[in-house]
Design a protein around this ligand. Sequence first.
Ligand code: NAP
Ligand code: MG
Length: 497
Amino acid sequence: MKSYQEWQQYAAALRLDGRAFIDGERSGAESGETFSTLNPASGQLLASVACCDAADVDRAVKAARAAFDSGVWAKAAPAQRKAVLLRLAQLIDDHAEELALLEALEAGKPIAECMGLDIPESAACIRWHAEVTDKRYDALSPSGSGVVSMITREAIGVVGAVLPWNFPALMLAWKIGPALSVGNSVVVKPAEQTSLSTLRIAELALEAGVPAGVFSVVTGFGSGAGQALGCHPDVDLIAFTGSTETGKRFLRYSADTNLKRVVLECGGKNPQLVLPDVSNLDAVAESAVAAAFWNMGENCSAGSRLLVPAGMKQALLDKIQSVLATWKTGNPLDPEVKLGALIEQKHYQKVLDHIAVAKAEGANLVCGGNATLSESGGWFVEPTIFDGVSPAMRIAREEVFGPVLCVIEYQDVEEAIHIANDTCYGLAASLWTDNVNSAHKVAARIRAGTVTINCFGEGDLSTPFGGFGQSGFGGRDKSVYAHDQYCELKTTWLKLD
Ligand code: NAP
Ligand code: MG
């Protein structure tokens, strides 16, 4: 791992290219417009990025359709698509330092996380889906001897992927892994704050052998490129990760245009439920800090509500604070840093506003609560814990998407389950218990797409990820289940003489 100084030198030497990537080539927006991407750790200009709009989206979609119809990718032998995607995974690994640096610079994420998790996991995700490519079977229906009735999955066509800024490379990999594996063409709209790693990965895909037009990137704003993709009459499916509010817009775009399929991965207000029988509070504390503060809490599955028995609360809070004290906040290029900058000024202000509302509503501030490192010019917020939170407070109901943990006391387990489920979301939950019966019984009653027991996390690449309620719609990311949403199901019925 490079030192802080070496990363800074590398950053200074990096040439950043913010042009879009359409039909196998870098190009500016047709309008010639660009927008500025800022470094969240300094507030300084990082790069100018092409501001694509409907005309550029149309060009990318036409190229995607032409590539799809030509069969160059969609009809290639599955083993051939696998080989290309394995090369892409390898190229991502080979360029890990460059891609990690881009993520740290544009998203404010700690470089140690980008190197240790985001980039290797992105490569691993593409590799996992690549491996599935030539191991999928279709089916025959049990329709008797007079017919041959085949049930097959076909690539859906042109997929529009609209991405968030919190895990730029990883969310890209979660979409393109399965979408490309089954043979689709993909047009990606990254979040406007984080276009650079996506653009580099598109170049690496071309180098790996993904044909021109099969994987394009239109950079720009949600209201321009995002909406144009959502409304395009020749896009067959939108795969979206982002806020619930924006996700709902894509359902409207679809209803108002061509009934394109829509798969949404949206927000969460995820409970961490500690049952009264737990003995190892050190393990809970370690995990609770990671759940709440990993990636500065800019994480849809962040465990932002800690539900604890009243009698255990103080002991657990003391341990959580000791763990949190070891988490250094600072410049994301410092390998010692565990908490980097928030994505942008508007979001930083929103997080600070949530903190102010929590104080006004009577929550007790245990630690943090302030902006920090403002001399850097960047958008840093102290990791913040509120105690004495009631389930009705805004801090307990709304997704903050920042480094804020709220601690809610409960009296009995029934009440705790009720509080855990008392949300419009249902993405993830963690549950702590020493009792295997309670583990199964309580987990079964929690309304969430993923329940992790005695740990925090999302499983691995073989487990589906997505949400109940307003956390998701229409499908799941990761695992073989993700492949189905990028396919249409076809029946071919042949009557025999
Ligand atoms: P966001 O504002 O909803 O944006 C997501 C994407 O949609 C961006 O590319 C955005 O473009 C685009 N967009 C925004 N407005 C649009 C519009 N009117 N029409 C079409 N596209 C539009 O979300 P975010 O702030 O980037 O990400 C944070 C959210 O993502 C949180 O709520 C978090 O919970 C959720 N998230 C969910 C998961 C999951 O798997 N469930 C994972 C990560 C994050 P621009 O922003 O560039 O304008
Ligand atoms: Mg946004």
